[in-house]
Ligand binder design. Structure first.
Ligand code: ADP
Ligand code: F6P
Length: 319
């Protein structure tokens, strides 16, 4: 292994830059050349590859987004596109590739490894939807962004004695909603993994009002449906003034938290270590506080489990 490249792919996530920095500096320290690929697989196909030195990643550890840019690329989903990408990497003398992204990006990395390029995936997504790792890079930062918003919405909801429905991201995964619900003390958490009944929700809201609650905060995962629509229904049924807030892409930006920065740095180092050991088609992650690695295919077949215990706890202590 004399030369490796790193790219970011799919939705960006805070902490991706810290991971890029770790990959570059770890690789250089071990005496190999490190290159950056711009715009994910799309840049790979177009040969947007450049050398990265130690100072090329200076002053990025604290920055959100990704200095390499990111993209979604249809062409890479085709065999022809992937062959083009593999040939480009060979032309640039790249032996190994670090892919920072989510499950889709990992599928791409797995297929690329079949064309002779050694690949390792680092989980970078705010969704925390990869079952093999306890946390993905960006999740903790997005969670804290949501928490900040909840605190503000709590103030205004109390003043006006309103119901506030806060829609958060996560695609089909309810982790952001559930963790935000616990941390923000929200009265209800609605996630795709659990059934949801609007009448039951309204009963909870009305019971809360009878108990003297000044506000009612509801965290809604985007995978369940829209906050605006639910807000109208809740207002109609309960007769209580209800407002919807869709947090949107604000959840994807910002300086990474200490947790995400440290996780990204650890995963970046391990990813390079694996390539140096001649490993391929692996992903790195964290399990019970330890950095782990496993085969991509195996990692992607592990079924996502929902934290029922945490959900139950939210229902008991937040009502
Ligand atoms: P994420 O990595 O965050 O899950 P996407 O699902 O959008 O994001 O995937 C990012 C990119 O990875 C896609 O635009 C595509 O180029 C590549 N990709 C995704 N799925 C596959 C697949 N099954 N085969 C090959 N490439 C894929
Ligand atoms: O995967 C990260 C994510 O932010 C999801 O939570 C969300 O559903 C999606 O990406 C939004 O994608 P886009 O940036 O293309 O709007």
């Amino acid at each position: 292994m004399r030369s490796i490249a790193v790219l970011t792919s799919g939705g960006d996530a805070p902490g991706m830059n810290a991971a890029i920095r770790a990959v570059v500096r770890y690789g250089l320290e071990k005496g190999i050349k490190v290159m950056g690929v711009q715009r994910g697989y799309s840049g790979l196909i177009n040969g947007e590859i450049f050398d990265l030195g130690r100072h090329g990643v200076s002053d990025i550890i604290q920055r959100g987004g990704t200095i390499l840019r990111t993209a979604r690329c249809q062409e890479f989903r085709t065999e022809e596109g992937r062959k083009k990408a593999a040939n480009i990497l060979k032309a640039f003398g790249v032996d190994g590739l670090v892919v920072i992204g989510g499950d889709g990006s990992f599928q791409g990395a797995r297929l690329l490894s079949q064309l002779g390029i050694k690949t390792v995936g680092i989980p970078g997504t705010i969704d925390n939807d990869l079952a093999y790792t306890d946390f993905t890079i960006g999740f903790d930062t997005a969670l804290n962004t949501i928490l900040d918003a909840i605190k503000k919405l709590r103030d205004t909801s109390s003043s006006h004695e309103r119901v506030s429905i806060i829609e958060v991201m996560g695609r089909n995964c309810g982790d952001l909603a559930l963790h935000a619900g616990i941390a923000g003390g929200a009265e209800s958490v609605i996630v795709p993994e659990k059934g949801f009944n609007v009448d039951e929700l309204c009963r909870t809201i009305l019971q809360g009002k009878l108990q003297g609650k000044k506000h009612n905060l509801i965290i809604l995962a985007e995978g369940v449906g829209g906050a605006q629509e639910l807000s109208k229904t809740v207002q109609e049924i309960t007769g209580i003034d209800t407002r919807a807030t869709v947090l949107g892409h604000i959840q994807r930006g910002g300086s990474p938290t200490a947790y995400d920065t440290i996780l990204a740095s650890r995963l970046g180092g391990r990813a390079v270590e694996l390539l140096l050991d001649g490993k391929s088609s692996r992903v790195v992650g964290i399990s019970k506080g330890k950095i782990v690695d496993l085969d991509i295919e195996e990692a992607l077949t592990i079924e996502q489990t929902f934290d029922e215990e945490l959900y139950e706890l939210a229902n008991i202590i937040n009502k």
